[in-house]
Design a protein. Structure first.
Length: 203
């Protein structure tokens, strides 16, 4: 799958977008290229990161549309126009609908700050700390329309240290995300990831 064209969806700081942009610039994505940033917050710092990386943007404000399906239809048209082969959700804080999920199932991945299926949804790190786990981590998974419920591609475990807070745990979680996500994208671009039901094989 050399030449895989990627769209990254993000809503905030864009640190995972930056990790992918850096990996692409350093030719660590097996020929894949970042073609588009999709962002629902035009003022978000990730938009500036895209500009510095020379990546085109599709910016929108959800309140200007009648429904989620309405703006997702525009997004899908843009993705098709650009021949996007992989969508990476990297801190994209919108609920997505079948309009986007169905045409890209098996070609859309998400990074989540917990060891799924534990602690899905928002505030995964806080959920883990509140529960008192000794090990947490990050997960990259396919998106299936449920709440962080798609088939798992790869995970990295992180020890929770005595006295850890969100502030002390977050840097280790983010570092793991920024290492794992480009690795998964590279394996997908290399044609080394296969999906069979809920079973994902990474060669």
């Amino acid at each position: 799958m050399a030449g895989l064209r990627i769209a990254v969806f993000a809503s905030g700081q864009g640190t995972n977008f930056q990790a992918l942009a850096d990996a692409a610039k350093q030719e660590r994505l097996d020929g894949a290229s970042l073609e588009l940033l999709v962002c629902d917050k035009p003022e978000a710092p990730v938009v500036e990161r895209a500009g510095r990386a020379g990546v085109d943007t599709f910016l929108f404000r959800p309140k200007e549309y009648a429904s989620r399906e309405a703006y997702e239809s525009e997004i899908v048209a843009e993705l098709e126009r650009r021949d996007i082969g992989l969508i990476v959700l990297a801190g994209y804080m919108r609920i997505i609908t079948p309009v986007l999920v169905e045409p890209y199932y098996g070609r859309m991945i998400n990074v989540h700050p917990s060891l799924l299926p534990a602690f899905p949804g928002v505030n995964g790190m806080k959920q883990a700390l509140d529960y008192g786990v000794k090990v947490t981590g990050v997960t990259v998974h396919y998106v299936d329309g449920g709440l962080d419920s798609g088939p798992i591609i790869a995970q990295r475990a992180i020890e929770v240290l005595d006295g850890d807070t969100e502030a002390t745990l977050a840097p280790r979680v983010h570092a793991a995300e920024q290492e794992l996500l480009p690795w998964v994208v590279q394996r997908i671009a290399a044609g080394a990831v296969s999906l069979d039901g809920r079973t994902v094989t990474v060669r």
